[in-house]
Design a protein around this ligand. Structure first.
Ligand SMILES: NC(=O)c1ccc[n+]([C@@H]2O[C@H](COP(=O)([O-])OP(=O)(O)OC[C@H]3O[C@@H](n4cnc5c(N)ncnc54)[C@H](OP(=O)(O)O)[C@@H]3O)[C@@H](O)[C@H]2O)c1
Length: 346
């Protein structure tokens, strides 16, 4: 079944040399040989990686406009959705697709991949909560990696630190807390922490700007924009003997090699684990990357826990598709701080 009611063209943001532009593009021609699916985005989140696509810093993957919650419109193969189904996107599944920053998303791939890339969103979730499914699934995956490395089922009586209080660090902190941890969320700038405090997302005792104030952590997650020598030391110093340092934040092939031979990108992207001697301590360094289907399911489950996961308090603004390019330019030039979550309503 191919949706016959589609218009001949649709609006979508294109990343041009001079920056993002909103274009009217022709609806792709129906290809009978491949499985195809059409989604109409309702709400789409802006992620740090979208800003990196705008500035052309992203080299390994291209995922412009991937935090999607939208309506299933149609597919040319049997699917488990109905006419009122809402879906989210798991961008880690290999499919071809147009950007979520558009009136439609046209996608193609194997039938299995398409169905797994667009998990159905539970009807009980509002779209402004469901739009957090993907970043929360990445955070959940990271927490699971940390639990495995620490060999624990939950974090009761454990001290867990997070370096970097962006959206990723915040969601990782909320999940760690949900599993019983004493959380220390550490950030370079105080403004972002104040934002989390005044929006009642974390308590004052959980927020730190000075690394020296936090010690004897069982695990630390590095969730800053980029991982480098300084961030690495920030995470390493407060760890207890046999603690775990989890690499989550931005790395790039051959650009994040520190201390002569420690390839942070390789450890993170390939989810490796290695022992590391730091002063008199022996610690474990692990990587976390992407999500698995169970992380997506768990993310939907966590989003039903409204008190433990007040994600809507992270929403700073909701703009229209017409206003998106201007907002992206403002964010990449730093004219507006990139705190909290910006959403685009189509
Ligand atoms: N492993 C995975 O699977 C996975 C999944 C999703 C995202 N990520 C990555 O995780 C990273 C964080 O994501 P996000 O959405 O939270 O990003 P974000 O908005 O860029 O937040 C980053 C945080 O990093 C801090 N920071 C930036 N530069 C710093 C520096 N030089 N020194 C100290 N702190 C610094 C910022 O502190 P200030 O407030 O002081 O600016 C902010 O708290 C991104 O690079 C993203 O690509 C990884």
């Amino acid at each position: 079944m191919w949706p016959g009611s589609l218009p001949s063209s649709y609006k979508v943001v294109k990343l041009a040399q001079g920056g993002p532009i909103l274009e009217e593009q022709a609806v792709p021609i129906f290809d009978e040989k491949n499985c195809s699916m059409v989604i109409r985005p309702a709400l789409v989140g802006i992620c740090r990686s979208d800003l990196r696509e705008v500035t052309r810093e992203r080299v390994t993957r291209h995922d412009f406009g991937h935090e999607i919650v939208g309506k299933f419109i149609g597919a040319n193969f049997p699917v488990p959705y109905n006419a009122s189904s809402m879906v989210c996107l798991d961008p880690h599944v290999t499919i071809s697709r147009t950007s979520g920053f558009g009136e439609y998303v046209f996608s193609s791939g194997s039938s299995e991949h398409l169905i797994s890339a667009f998990p159905e969103c539970p009807g009980s979730l509002e779209d402004y909560r469901a739009v957090f499914m993907e970043p929360l699934a990445c955070a959940y995956h990271a927490i699971n990696r940390l639990k495995t490395a620490l060999d624990v089922k939950d974090f009761t009586r454990l001290n867990i630190g997070i370096v970097g209080a962006g959206n990723a660090g915040t969601l990782i902190g909320l999940i760690a807390k949900h599993f019983g941890a004493n959380v220390s969320l550490m950030n370079r700038g105080a403004d972002r922490l104040l934002y989390l405090l005044t929006n009642h997302i974390f308590e004052k005792e959980e927020l730190f700007t000075e690394p020296g104030k936090v010690t004897k952590l069982d695990g630390v997650v590095l969730a800053t924009t980029w991982l480098d020598e300084a961030i690495f030391s920030w995470g390493l110093n407060p760890l207890r003997d046999e603690g775990v340092l989890l690499l989550f934040g931005g790395t790039s092939p051959n650009r994040t090699i520190i201390r002569q031979s420690l390839d942070l990108d390789d450890i993170r992207r390939n989810q490796k684990e290695l022992f590391y001697k730091h002063k008199s301590q022996s610690v474990r360094i692990c990587g976390t990357y992407g999500v698995e289907p169970q992380d997506v399911r768990e993310s939907f489950n966590l989003l039903h826990l409204r008190k433990a996961f007040p994600v809507e308090r992270l929403i700073v603004d909701i703009v229209t598709l017409d206003d998106l390019c201007g907002l992206l330019r403002t964010l990449v030039t730093g004219k507006k701080p990139f705190w909290g979550k910006y959403l685009v309503r189509m």
